[in-house]
Design a protein around this ligand. Structure first.
Ligand SMILES: Cc1ncc(COP(=O)(O)O)c(C=O)c1O
Length: 392
């Protein structure tokens, strides 16, 4: 079948290959530990499952709903966002419930971009963002960030690229894969500067719930003056451990949202109602339960900081968000080969930095989301064994 080059040239999803090989090794009896996939590794919050279960006896669950999503969910979510990040959103005109943040991102690009438009992508980046930009025929422009500044994004990083007249900037905070939580003062400056050049900021806040050591998530959409140039994308996947239910949201000004609804209608009509009901239930989860989960992740993060410090070949400058450590590896020039070798020899699944863009080469991403403390401890023991005996 004839397939355009812009699709053919995209590499097959790395995570699929990693998961398939891990499964094959497990089938052969290997005890594979995964620090690979970026999932939170907790059971779904109970309130979500109860709400989904109850909705099954309601005929409305089994038919199409409004393109923008259930109004009850939009209302509850806008209340939650107001409390949480001071964002004032009109649930009837400025919010759309999407089938996850990834879908929300592609929907955003389809609505926003002309083929050939340039999109600034701070690097290392979340690989699906780059893929989506290519799928719509736009051009990703890598903006390299530096480890010695904690992979923070600054206006100075963006300035050299503004002459190329980009249409949009993708901002992810807390970040995948670096774990960086961007400085609100710098975000404000960036918003001001980009609005004056008519560049739209697409902010992906999938990990907003996961910050540590006093770092706080800041939503650019909470700035009234920035709203005309900001599109906010969020997700229920990570905060509530609902990755398989595929629910997220998009917030923008009312005019843009009207346009996005045309794309939504032709691709999805609406996000599955049973999943929206799960999301509505999830919003009722007690704050203490979410805090308990975050504290468990914070504990894993502390263990990882401690263990990595004693492995000479590895260095991590701890960042304050999500559940990722982007760890630099002494002398590594081929992180894909290294990740494969780690999986084969010590049965440890990690993600090579190069899948997050050129700036990621020489790094490995370790996700501490889905392992308990004992597994994380064992994973670090294997890292030490690999780098101190096998690789040495
Ligand atoms: C930055 C970022 N955005 C979006 C997603 C996907 O979220 P969802 O499950 O809501 O599509 C991920 C998943 O890893 C992610 O890291």
């Amino acid at each position: 079948m004839q397939v355009p080059e812009r699709i053919r040239s995209i590499s097959p999803p790395f995570m699929d290959a990693l998961i398939a090989r891990s499964k094959a090794l497990r089938r052969d009896g290997a005890d594979v530990i995964s620090l690979g996939q970026g999932v939170p590794g907790f059971a779904p919050v109970e309130a979500a499952i109860d709400s989904a279960r109850q909705s099954l006896s309601d005929p409305a669950t089994h038919v199409y709903g409004a393109d923008a999503g259930l109004l009850s969910l939009r209302q509850a979510l806008s209340e939650r966002l107001k409390k949480q990040s001071g964002m004032k959103v009109d649930p009837k005109r400025e919010m759309l419930i999407t089938a996850g943040a990834n879908y929300g991102f592609l929907l955003t690009l389809l609505t926003l971009l002309e083929p050939g438009d340039k999109v600034l992508l701070p690097s290392p980046f979340y690989f699906d963002h780059e893929t989506s930009i290519r799928i719509v025929g736009a051009v990703p422009v890598e903006v390299p960030l530096r480890e010695d500044t904690g992979f923070q994004l600054t206006l100075a990083d963006l300035e050299p690229h503004l002459k190329t007249r980009p249409r949009a900037l993708v901002m992810v905070s807390p970040n995948n894969p670096t774990g960086a939580v961007y400085d609100p003062r710098e975000m404000r400056e960036i918003a001001r500067a980009l609005a004056s050049r008519d560049v739209t900021i697409i902010t992906d806040e999938t990990y907003q719930h996961f910050t540590y050591e006093g770092a706080e998530h800041f939503s650019l959409g909470s700035l009234a003056e920035a709203r005309s140039h900001v599109i906010t994308i969020g997700s229920f996947s990570k905060t509530y451990s609902l990755t398989g239910w595929r629910v997220g949201y998009l917030i923008s000004d009312a005019d843009y949202l009207q346009q996005a609804l045309k794309v939504q209608d032709s691709m999805m009509v609406c996000t599955p109602i049973v999943s929206q009901m799960a999301a509505l239930g999830a919003l009722g989860t007690p704050a203490e339960e979410l805090a308990r989960r975050r504290e468990m992740l914070a504990e894993r993060r502390r263990l990882l900081i401690d263990r990595l410090a004693s492995i000479q070949a590895l260095a991590w400058r701890p960042t304050q968000g999500a559940y990722f450590a982007l760890v630099s590896v002494q002398g590594c020039t081929d992180s894909v080969a290294l990740a494969r070798d780690l999986l084969e020899r010590v049965h440890l699944a990690v993600v090579p930095g190069s899948v997050f863009g050129q700036t990621g080469e020489g790094y490995l991403r370790l996700s501490y989301g889905s392992v308990d403390l004992d597994q994380l401890d064992e994973a670090c023991r294997r890292l030490a064994q690999y780098f101190e005996t096998i690789r040495a």
